[in-house]
Design a protein around this ligand. Structure first.
Ligand SMILES: Nc1ncnc2c1ncn2[C@@H]1O[C@H](COP(=O)(O)OP(=O)(O)O)[C@@H](O)[C@H]1O
Ligand SMILES: [Mg+2]
Length: 335
C-alpha cells in the first residue's frame, strides 16, 4: 500500500464570535500521491475552511481546530515558525478564485516567482528568474519574456489566473489546493485552465485537492469526489462511482437535478429546503430535514459510516434501519 500524501483524521473547525459556527465536523479524508480529489458542495458547506485549515491559514483568534492532519509525512497541526513557512508554498500551495489574493500588486510577476523560488529552494535571484520564465512558458502565457516584467494589473483576468498557477507551482509542491480557481472565468477559459491543471499535475506528479460547487468541473478534473454537506463529508468514491452509483440521498439529489448538463459552468440546482444553521455540532444527520428518504432514526442519532467498497464511504443510515424506532413505538404484539 502506498503511503498517503494527505491524511486528515477527525478535523473539526469551530469559529467563536457573536454566534458559534461549526464549519467542519469530524472530517476524514486521504489522498494518494498524484491523485486529484474534488470536494464538491454547495456554498457554505465548509470547503474553503477545510483547505485553509490544511494550509494553516485560518485565523488563530476565536478559531478552535482539532484533529490530525499530515501532508507528505509532515504533522501540519504542530508546524511553527520556519517549518510552517517552508510548508506553505513549499510542500503545499494554493490557488484561489481571485488571483489577486495570491499576487502582490507592487511586484512584477517575474519578481514574485523568483522571490518564492529563492526563498524555498535557496537558489540565486537570476536562477529564480529563469525558473519564473520557465513557469510562464509552462502555463502557456503568450510572450512570456515580456510578461515576466508585467505587474498583475497589466494582465487580463485569464492571464492573471495562469500567473497565479505559475507562482503556486514554481516550488514544485507535492500538494496543490485549488479553491474554485475557475469559477470566475467564462466557460471556454475555464476548460482551458482545467486541462492545463490536469496536464501540469501529470508532469509534476503532484496531488490536488480541488474545491468546487460545480459538478461539471468535478467530473472533468477528478479521480475521486468527496461530497460535503453542512460541514460534514457525506460520501466519497471514485468519480465513476459517484456519477454512476451514488449512495447518499443528497448526492443522488444533486446528480438528479444537475446531471442532464455536467459541462463546467453549470451551477448546482437547489434541492428543496435549505441547509441547517451551523450553530451546533450535529447530533443527527444534517440532511435528514430535507431528505426524501429519511426515517425517524435519521433525526435521532448520528448516521454510521458505511463502506460499500474499497475507498468508498457513505455517511447514512441503511434503508432497512431508518424506521427501526417506529416499530418499538407501535403497540406491542402478543403482550
Ligand atoms: N473566519 C470565519 N469566521 C466565522 N465564520 C466563518 C469564517 N470562515 C468561514 N466561516 C463560516 O464557515 C462556514 C463554511 O464556510 P466556507 O468553508 O467558506 O464555505 P464554502 O463551502 O462555500 O467554501 C460558513 O458558514 C462561513 O460563513
Ligand atoms: Mg468557498
Amino acid at each position: 500500500m502506498t503511503e498517503a500524501l494527505v491524511d486528515i483524521r477527525n478535523l473539526n473547525v469551530r469559529f467563536h464570535g457573536a454566534r458559534t459556527v461549526h464549519a467542519v465536523n469530524g472530517l476524514d479524508l486521504s489522498l494518494k500521491p498524484g491523485e486529484v480529489l474534488t470536494i464538491l458542495g454547495e456554498s457554505g458547506s465548509g470547503k474553503s475552511v477545510t483547505l485553509k485549515a490544511l494550509l494553516r491559514l485560518l485565523p488563530e483568534k476565536r478559531t478552535a481546530i482539532s484533529g490530525a492532519m499530515t501532508v507528505d509525512g509532515i504533522d501540519v497541526m504542530s508546524l511553527k515558525g520556519r517549518a510552517l513557512a517552508d510548508y506553505r508554498g513549499g510542500t503545499t500551495s494554493m490557488i484561489f478564485q481571485e488571483p489577486m489574493l495570491a499576487l502582490d500588486p507592487v511586484y512584477t510577476i517575474g519578481e514574485q516567482i523568483a522571490e518564492a523560488v529563492c526563498r524555498h529552494k535557496g537558489i540565486s535571484r537570476s536562477a529564480g528568474m529563469d525558473v519564473a520564465l520557465d513557469m510562464l512558458k509552462k502555463v502557456r502565457i503568450p510572450s512570456p519574456e515580456r510578461r515576466l516584467k508585467n505587474y498583475p494589473h497589466e494582465m487580463s483576468g485569464g492571464m492573471r489566473q495562469r500567473a497565479m498557477i505559475a507562482l503556486a507551482l514554481s516550488c514544485r509542491p507535492k500538494l496543490l489546493l485549488a479553491d474554485e480557481p475557475t469559477t470566475a472565468l467564462d466557460a471556454t477559459v475555464q476548460i482551458q485552465v482545467l486541462l492545463l491543471l490536469r496536464e501540469l499535475q501529470k508532469e509534476f506528479g503532484m496531488g490536488i485537492i480541488f474545491v468546487t460547487h460545480d459538478i461539471g468541473v468535478a467530473v472533468e478534473i477528478s479521480d475521486r469526489i468527496a461530497v460535503m454537506y453542512a460541514g460534514t463529508l457525506i460520501e466519497t468514491g471514485t468519480t465513476r462511482e459517484i456519477i454512476r452509483d451514488a449512495r447518499h440521498p443528497y448526492t443522488r439529489g444533486l446528480l438528479a437535478a444537475n446531471l442532464h448538463d455536467v459541462t463546467p459552468g453549470t451551477r448546482l440546482e437547489a434541492i428543496p429546503g435549505a441547509p441547517p444553521a451551523l450553530d451546533a455540532r450535529p447530533t443527527a444527520c444534517s440532511f435528514a430535514p430535507r431528505c426524501p428518504e429519511a426515517g425517524p432514526v435519521c433525526s435521532a442519532a448520528l448516521p454510521p459510516v458505511l463502506t460499500p467498497g474499497a475507498g468508498r464511504r457513505v455517511v447514512c443510515v441503511p434503508k432497512a434501519d431508518r424506521f427501526a424506532g417506529a416499530t418499538s413505538a407501535a403497540p406491542a404484539v402478543n403482550a
